[in-house]
Structures are given as structure tokens and as C-alpha cells.
Design a protein around this ligand. Structure first.
Ligand code: BGC
Length: 745
């Protein structure tokens, strides 16, 4: 690798911007060819002809795996990593050096149009799954791009709006997943988001791109802009960005001018040049021999396996699984809903993949039964193509004559997309009206859903089962049939709460804000953290998902080991089918000096058991996971105290719990005049003296302070206490100094 100082400065600057929509700039003097970076995340979107980043033009065929909403519902990092490996293989085969994903933003509101591309409302689950994805893709010698960094939790006005978030919430909720991925999986690139954070564009945010990302998390790769996110390349490079995509042609001259004027250092340009160069050389090594070939069949099979685990059985009165032999005549089961024939299997926008093949549920159901079934589309999934006259009535007639109805409902592409948010959580009115009319003639309805983020389910108790199919990728149709017929026992769990009403969502009053910004007013209380704190009933809690079998939990043991908390529990399959159980561990602290949410997911694991079998599941929770971000100390702090670990099958189906004392790593804080009397009382040596002194001033002995009075005084800062008590300020300060010195502060 030639020393960068021998490369002309113009060439070095040129590498900080792309050459076209999807390529870096070649630097012939450095023998560095252009490399392709493209979307992502759930398939390779390699455009051979016209280019765009909103999903309009065609791309070459590639496997469309379930988008993040589906992958997340598997709660299975090993499976996500396997999908990642297949994605890496396809990227390298297709000559793509960096695949633009995963998206690790938090689902702050179910209205966000791009939730399908994000994993969860929870940062722990997000961090674990996104890390697995990165490890998988990068194991094949191509890079990933962890995006959209950061606090990009809505599409409305995404290129301008400021996400106004307090520091602790930003750290604990919105940055936490990103931090996990960077520290544990080192993505080759991180993509900064379009939005502002507390007033500063992410692309020009030095705190974010340099202090947090590099200095705290030790990020080694390059920072690329989201497409078009750079307003001022000089400011961006100075803040820690390395590569502008696609490049604004005027920006290269602007950097050269800024260099001449001293507004940017050559070192800063060189640093960006070297980071971009290092990533591109690695990627080029892999893709230089790309021959376009990968195992289409094997990847389709993997996409089907991933889809099978992504499906969540939300409710079931026992009607599922269906027994094909009991449905042998043509009128025994009918299928209603266009989604059965025309699947909605991925989201709209830049991530749209051109699949290698596409299963639909209708064909798969017919295949499983071995005979045709009555089918009526009932409605259209695309308002530009209205349903034919009479489609609604035809579906009701089909329902009238059937034994059981499999009804496929969901959101069409135009209902949720990158680029805009939803304004309602309702399913389209025509679908709800059709469901009502179908139920009026036949109550035997199983609903199967296709949607990229939660919808309201007011009909749950009027139907026999609800199967949440999210968006399942190209093999989702077959996977749905496998679950309906019990070939696969469902084990997916929702990674986002399904509320009863939009108004119940913790972010409701502050979403999506206005031109002055969007206030993250619910603070830490995002998703289940907020529903639990306010004790709001929900349709389905975070982590929920049923099985065709049942599991029992016994013998919980929580111990402290070198790595942190070791949580062990026995799980027994008490039903009559083999199945996979996802075991979730939530942690709370009994008493805290800071605001706390009721419980947080800190670990999870899974086990697959034959009927009657049991196994011990172990979940390790590193002590650092217990930390909160102390704004006062500007660091992560594990508070000393008694922690409760609850394990169970969802955030509201906690079967067993145990408490454990944790020593913590709280910093010793010096006493100052701003320290309250209550805080000072806890300082060894100082508290007793203070109490005695105050009692004396008030004319009594040390034991004479009235408890109510002590309580009233607890929040009074020492500065005010001196004034109230008439104590001598110098004597007081001397006592403070002495107390601090005694503690080595
Ligand atoms: C999206 C990114 C995407 C990029 C390139 C942007 O509009 O926000 O997620 O990777 O386009 O298509």
C-alpha cells in the first residue's frame, strides 16, 4: 500500500466522495479501483441499469430474506448470522463490496414507515441481532454498513428534522444497540443518518461520529453518509465523516479551497483517505473475481427457514394447527384476501430486492391440501389497481359456503414505506369491513397478517386465531402454510408491543414533531418500558408469541460469576409436540437514585425440546449491561443494590424471579456545597458530624433531630443549610474538605 502522502492531494480528496450512485472513486495512482456499495439489508439490490435509492428501478435477482421485522421475531442470533453469511456470499458473488445494512434504529413509534427495516423497540435485542447480521455478512469478506446513525426514528421530514433527546435516553435507548454492534462486531462502515440530533446534523456531528463512535467505542472502519446527507463536506470531514455518497460535485472543490484557507487540515483529509482506502482494498480483494454465481436453491431454503421462525402465533383457540386430512373436500377451507395470492413480503424504498423466486401462500396451501380451494381476493392491495366490482360480495359468498376461512389481511406497499410515516395503526377500512361481513356469515376465521410494523387487532376475540406474518421475504408463502398445517411449530416472538390504541403509545404526543424538531418527550419510556411504567393494557406485550405446545419453567438460579450474572432455568416441554421456546430475562432494580423503567430485557436464549423433555437454559448478563448512563458523572454506572431477574415467555408472562445483590461501581462523589443533606448523611464520618452540628445549632443533642424534620431537610443543599442554620461558613467548608480528603477525593 503506497504511503498516502505520495498521492496527489486532489486524488486523496476525491476518495472522500463517491464516483456515482453506488461506487467509490477509483484512484489509479494508488492502484485503487472503484468498489460498489449497495443496499441491503435483507437482500442484495444491485442495479445494473438506471440507479435510484427509492426502490424504483430494477436490480439483478438476489434472494429476498425476511426484512429485519421478520428476522427480529425469530429472537435467534445464530439464524440471523446464517442469513448474514448467505447475504455476504451473494454480495461477493455479485461484486458488491459493502452491503448497506443492518438498520439498528429503535422502533420509537409503530407509525414509523421504515420500522420493517429495523429490529425492535428494545436496544438489547437490536444489538444482539444486528451484531449477528454483521458477523455473518463480514465473514464472507465483504463489509456492512450499520445505519442510520443515529436517532433516525421516523421518516417524516427525515432529512431536516432534529431529534431532540436527552443524553441519558440517547445513550441507553437510541445508541445502545449501535454501541453493541460496533464493540462486538466491528462493521466495516457506519452510515450516518439524515436527521439532526439536538440541533446538529448527524453528518456534521463531531460528538457522535468521533467522540462516541471512535473514542468511546473504538470504531475502526469508515463513516459513510446516508445518500445525500452531507450538506457541507468540510464540516462533515472535520466532524469525523469519511465518505460522502453519492458525491455532490461541488464539494470536492470546497474541500480543496478549505484546505488552502486553513479551514481543514491535510491530516484530517489523510485520515479519511486512509480509512476509506483500507475498507475498499479489503472489499476489492473479495469481489475482484465475482462471477455472479451463488446457490439460489440453498438460499431460498434458508429464506424459508428464517421465515418459519419469524412467524408469530398471536392468538389461537385451538383451531391451529390444521389437519390436512380433515380438510379433504373442496368446501372445507376457503382462502380470502389478495395477500394470499400476491404476497407482501418486503418493505418499500431503497431496500427493495428483486427476488430469485417468490412463493405465495395460496399455492402452498393448495399444495399442502392436495386439492384446489375456493379463493376470493376480496380487496386490492394497491389502490392504483382497484379491486373489480363485486370483489367484496364475492368474498362474502365464498365465506358463507366454507368450513373454515383463512383470511389474509395486511398493509399494502403504499401504506408503509421508507420516506413517509403512517398516520394510523388501523388496517385499511375496506379490509376491516370485509372481515366484519365475513364474520357475519361464518365465524370460523383464521386471520393471517402481512405488515411491516404493528397494526391494531380489535377483532382478535372474534376470530379463531391470528397469525402475524410480518414481512417474510420470498419464501414466506410456503412458511405460512407450514405453520398453519403444523409442519412447523411456531416459535416467533414479537419484538415490538402491539397496542390497543395509537393513543396508548408512549411516543404518541411527541410524534412526529414539527419543523422545530421532534421531542423525545417519553424519555427512557420507549415501547414496553413505557406501557409497563404506566400500566397500560396492550393487545400483545413485547416478547409474546404462542406455540402448539406448552412449556414450564422451574428451578431458577441467579448467581454472580466472573462475567456477570448467570441466569439458569429449567424448561420442560409439557405438551405433545416438539417445539422451540424463547426464554427471556428481564432485570429491575429495587431502589435507585435515578429514574428507572420497571424492567428491561437483558438477555435471552432458546431451547428446542421434544414432548416431555426438559433442559437447562443459561443466559449470561454481563455486569456492564446493568449500568445506567450517569449524566452527573458522564459515565456508565452500575448502581449498588438488589436486582431482580425475572424469566419467562414474554415481558408480561414472567414465570419465575430471583433477586441478587450487586456491588456495583458507583464513583465516590466529593461533597460540595451542592450536595444535599440527604446525600451528605450517607458520607461516612461526615454525616454524623453534620447531624450533630445541626442539632447543636438548633439547641439539641445529636439524637434530637425530629425524623419529619430530617426528611424535610434531606433535599436541602449544603449551601442553603449553612444559611438556614447560622453555621460558620469557614468551619463548614473545612469539614467538607476534611471529609473529601479522608476519602482520597
Ligand atoms: C436510505 C439508506 C440507503 C441509501 C442508499 C437512503 O435513502 O436511507 O438506508 O442505504 O438510501 O440507497
Amino acid at each position: 500500500m503506497p504511503d498516502s502522502s505520495s498521492i496527489p492531494i486532489k486524488a486523496r480528496i476525491s476518495l472522500t466522495g463517491g464516483s456515482d450512485f453506488w461506487h467509490s472513486t477509483a484512484v489509479p495512482v494508488a492502484d485503487l479501483p472503484a468498489v460498489m456499495l449497495t443496499d441491503g439489508p435483507h437482500g442484495v439490490r444491485k442495479q445494473a441499469g438506471a440507479t435510484d435509492h427509492v426502490g424504483l428501478n430494477e436490480s439483478v435477482p438476489a434472494t429476498c430474506f425476511p426484512p429485519a421485522v421478520g428476522l427480529a421475531s425469530t429472537w435467534n442470533p445464530a439464524l440471523v448470522e446464517e442469513v448474514g453469511r448467505a447475504l455476504g456470499t451473494e454480495s461477493s458473488a455479485l461484486g458488491v463490496g459493502v452491503l448497506l445494512g443492518p438498520g439498528a434504529n429503535i422502533k420509537r413509534s409503530p407509525l414509523c414507515g421504515r420500522n420493517f427495516e429495523y429490529f425492535s423497540e428494545d436496544p438489547h435485542l437490536t444489538g444482539q441481532l444486528a451484531s449477528a447480521y454483521v458477523r455473518g455478512v463480514q465473514s464472507r469478506g465483504v463489509g456492512t454498513s450499520l445505519k442510520h446513525f443515529a436517532a433516525n426514528n421516523q421518516e417524516t421530514d427525515r432529512m431536516r428534522r432534529s431529534s431532540n433527546v436527552d443524553e441519558r435516553t440517547l445513550r441507553e435507548v437510541y445508541l445502545r444497540g449501535f454501541g453493541t454492534v460496533v464493540r462486538t462486531a466491528q462493521p466495516w462502515t457506519v452510515m450516518c443518518s439524515y436527521n439532526r440530533i439536538n440541533g446538529v446534523l448527524a453528518s456534521q456531528n463531531r460528538w457522535l461520529l468521533t467522540e462516541v463512535l471512535r473514542e468511546e467505542w473504538n470504531f475502526q472502519g469508515l463513516v459513510v453518509s446516508d445518500w445525500g446527507a452531507v450538506r457541507d463536506r468540510v464540516a462533515a470531514l472535520n466532524a469525523g465523516l469519511d465518505l460522502e455518497m453519492p458525491a455532490n460535485p461541488a464539494h470536492e472543490d470546497a474541500v480543496a479551497r478549505a484546505l488552502a484557507e486553513g479551514a481543514i487540515d491535510e491530516d484530517t483529509i489523510d485520515r479519511a483517505y486512509r480509512r476509506v482506502e483500507a475498507v475498499l482494498r479489503r472489499a476489492h480483494e473479495t469481489v475482484k473475481d465475482a462471477d455472479g454465481r451463488f446457490d439460489v436453491d440453498a438460499h431460498h431454503t434458508l429464506a424459508r427457514r428464517a421465515a418459519e421462525q419469524a412467524i408469530v402465533l398471536l392468538s389461537n383457540d385451538g383451531v391451529l394447527p390444521l389437519n390436512p386430512s380433515g380438510l379433504s373436500d373442496a368446501s372445507s377451507v376457503a382462502v380470502i384476501g389478495e395477500f394470499a395470492r400476491t404476497p407482501r413480503y418486503q418493505g418499500a424504498g431503497s431496500s427493495r430486492v428483486n427476488p430469485t423466486r417468490l412463493d405465495n401462500a395460496l399455492d402452498a396451501i393448495v399444495g399442502a391440501l392436495g386439492h384446489d380451494v375456493p379463493f376470493a381476493p376480496g380487496f386490492t392491495t394497491d389502490p392504483r389497481n382497484p379491486a373489480p366490482e363485486g370483489a367484496h360480495d364475492e368474498a362474502v359468498e365464498v365465506a358463507r359456503g366454507a368450513g373454515l376461512i383463512l383470511m389474509f389481511l395486511g398493509l399494502g406497499e403504499n401504506h408503509e414505506s421508507e420516506g413517509y410515516d403512517r398516520t394510523t395503526l388501523d388496517l385499511p377500512a375496506e379490509q376491516l369491513a370485509l372481515l366484519d361481513d365475513v364474520l357475519a356469515v361464518n365465524p370460523n376465521v383464521v386471520v393471517v397478517l402481512s405488515n411491516g410494523s404493528s397494526v391494531l387487532l380489535p377483532f382478535t376475540h372474534r376470530v379463531r386465531a391470528v397469525v402475524e406474518g410480518w414481512l417474510l421475504g420470498q419464501a414466506g408463502g410456503a412458511a405460512i402454510a407450514d405453520v398453519l398445517f403444523g409442519v412447523v411449530n411456531p416459535s416467533g416472538r414479537i419484538a415490538e408491543t402491539i397496542p390497543h390504541r395509537l393513543e396508548d403509545c408512549p411516543s404518541y404526543l411527541n410524534f412526529p414533531g414539527d419543523s422545530t424538531g421532534v421531542l423525545y418527550g417519553e424519555g427512557l419510556f420507549v415501547g414496553y418500558r413505557g406501557y409497563d411504567a404506566a400500566r397500560i393494557e396492550v393487545a400483545h406485550p413485547f416478547g409474546h408469541g404462542l406455540s402448539y405446545t406448552t412449556f414450564e419453567y422451574d428451578d431458577l438460579a441467579v448467581t454472580m460469576s466472573g462475567e456477570g450474572l448467570s441466569v439458569e432455568v429449567s424448561v420442560t416441554n409439557t405438551g405433545d409436540r416438539a417445539g422451540r421456546e424463547v426464554v427471556q430475562a428481564y432485570v429491575s432494580i429495587a431502589a435507585s437514585s435515578v429514574v428507572r423503567v420497571p424492567r428491561e430485557l437483558k438477555g435471552f436464549g432458546d431451547v428446542t425440546l421434544e414432548p416431555g423433555a426438559s433442559a437447562r437454559v443459561t443466559i449470561t448478563i454481563p455486569t456492564a449491561e446493568l449500568a445506567y448512563w450517569s449524566v452527573r458523572d458522564q459515565r456508565w454506572v452500575v448502581e449498588r443494590g438488589s436486582y431482580t431477574v425475572a424469566v419467562g415467555a414474554s415481558s408480561r408472562d414472567l414465570r419465575l424471579s430471583a433477586t441478587i445483590d450487586v456491588e456495583g461501581d458507583e464513583p465516590a462523589r466529593p461533597v460540595t456545597l451542592d450536595t444535599t443533606i440527604g446525600e451528605a448523611m450517607a458520607v461516612p464520618g461526615f454525616g454524623e458530624r453534620l447531624m450533630a452540628r445541626m442539632a447543636a445549632t438548633m439547641g439539641g443533642g445529636p439524637g434530637d433531630v425530629d425524623p419529619d424534620m430530617a426528611r424535610m431537610m434531606a433535599d436541602v443543599p449544603l449551601a442553603a443549610a449553612i444559611g438556614f442554620s447560622g453555621m460558620d461558613p469557614d468551619e463548614f467548608q473545612a469539614a467538607i474538605d476534611q471529609a473529601n480528603a479522608a476519602r482520597g477525593l
